[in-house]
Design a protein around this ligand. Sequence first.
Ligand code: FMN
Length: 126
Amino acid sequence: MKIVYFSLTGQTRRFVKKLALSSYEINPANPFEEIHEPYILIVPTYDSEVTEVVNDFIDYKSNRTNLKGVAGGGNRNFADLYIYTAKDIARDYQTPLLFDFEFNGTTEDVENFKKVVSEIDIKANN
Ligand SMILES: Cc1cc2nc3c(=O)[nH]c(=O)nc-3n(C[C@H](O)[C@H](O)[C@H](O)COP(=O)(O)O)c2cc1C
């Protein structure tokens, strides 16, 4: 399972590097890249003007079909707005909200997220 992510200030990128899984970073200057394989999306939380490049990516060619779930990075100080970008994507694209973490994630977040990914891999192979 590939990890596709967006990162504005580098926190999500740091989380993804700690996973040590095959990954692709959405390029905000050109989000129109087809991935050709199943993936889990990880998005930080910002206003929709900032994250619309993620929608552009998902809407491109087969990327919508290959989207298997979404995880959200955020900051709990935002209270009800915590990880709303990932929640909006889960709702709009009818894909499961798999995981959430703050900033670049703790060691425990990394372990737990990797478990979520491997469970999806096992299901996909059965
Ligand atoms: C301007 C701004 C607005 C943000 N709004 C939210 C928010 O509404 N909800 C939330 O959970 N996190 C919010 N955050 C926190 C970021 O999503 C969080 O720090 C994330 O880890 C950043 O990831 P990145 O460095 O990969 O871009 C906001 C951060 C900034 C700078």
